[in-house]
Design a protein around this ligand. Sequence first.
Ligand SMILES: [Zn+2]
Length: 501
Amino acid sequence: MSLRAFTTAKDLHVAGGIREPMRSAGTSSLRNWLRSDLSASEVPWLAASVTTLFRSGPPGSKITVAVVGDGFGPQDQDAYNTAVDRLLTDGVFAHDFFARNRTAFNLERVNLVSLESGVGTKTYDADGNVVRQVDRDTALGAYYNGDWAHLWVEDGPSTDARLTAALSELVPEHQLKLVVLNNPGFGGCGGNWRATVPLGIGWPTLAHEFGHAMGRLGDEYHERDETYGGTEPTVPNLTTNTDRETLKWGWTVGAETPLPTGGDDCTPPKPSGWDDNQDVGLFEGGGGSYRLGVYRPVVNCRMRENHPDFCPVCAKAMAEAVAPHLANAPLIGVGPGDTTATLSEGDGTGYVRLVVRLERGTLRVLEARELDGPFVRTGLVTQGFAHEVRIGDRRVALGSLPDAGVSRGFSEIGTDGPREHIVHRPDALDFVVRVASAELRGADLSELTVDLVSVEAGRGDALGEVPLREDPALDVTPIASLADVSVADLPPSLRRIVEPE
Ligand SMILES: [Zn+2]
């Protein structure tokens, strides 16, 4: 991204933009309570506003989806709004699982008005070199490359900082970020609670991606002829186990259903009258590449071909993920021994939302803000990355990061049929931590620790009080820790919470 956009946009900062001055990045410690690397004089959009498309409850208690457009100029705002409706309001949230569970979600549309219409483009040759690049002065400076091997879309050098700055101001509490690019092409990529899509995809593809993001679901398709030789997959909807007694989705397999139930060549043939989406058995092929050696629950599922609804096994995992956020979820007053979640009312002063970044093995707080209202405090971790915040002997925050550490290019729908996701591992990983303000009030910050771990096995349904990394019920690998915080390091807003007058 050239500096030109910053220069031309310099004096165009309008209502809804960034109000507070920001500091620049520094060393890896809590000293960096910065909200963004973007300064107030560098806001690169003509105007910014937010529209609530639907709200089911306080943002901290829901999975709040924030949609942001890039490359939509003043004349393109209606087209952007239409695209958001097509993909989400009338798409994902009007069908199947997401329609049935809409009360777990809020949907906020952010209109960033770009200087130019259409996003920049890059063209790669077979060796991965950029042979043609067109830059555009757009709000986020993202690019469309239209190349499966390059995840179809990509950020510019300041896209992430600009997105963070916009959302920090306009939708300070959000779980899922969706960036819509003004380019008619097909593609998109997702991971780490964010997806980026051009205009040429449909809502079913997005619903499939939300399956990865929320349910930590695996792909049930296979686009290669490979044989899986690994250990039992940790995702809930793939297995190598053909034993009826120990099969992880045995709860939904009929006693008469043969196991395995059939492969793509239907040997053995599936039972007569079989519902390909809802009848569960053991079907060989899945995980993106493997025709053999790994099994999926049904013939066809949203995690296989995008269009059908989730199969019962995927639906159960998704239901567990959204349950704490549903309208009628039994949240308030749930005790610590319960396995799902508690809705923390704190003492009426809300909670502190931290964005923490793991980069080069070090944790750093990117953003900290106190927000009003209740929030969902989870009481379990599942396999994959998880975080824990403790103050001395007390656990004050805990959570799983189901979609962390990956960037997944969408599968291709073309004349050759879909291709598997291509997966990149980004250098940095951001995660959100929510702590009740009451927990921080008067706390001895020298006893505060933030741990990021990888849970390899086990399931912490009723976690004890020992630190996650020492829990004998879990197979845990520590990733990084943050400690040794002093009050003097905090910005005034947080100092007031920790040390009230
Ligand atoms: Zn499924």
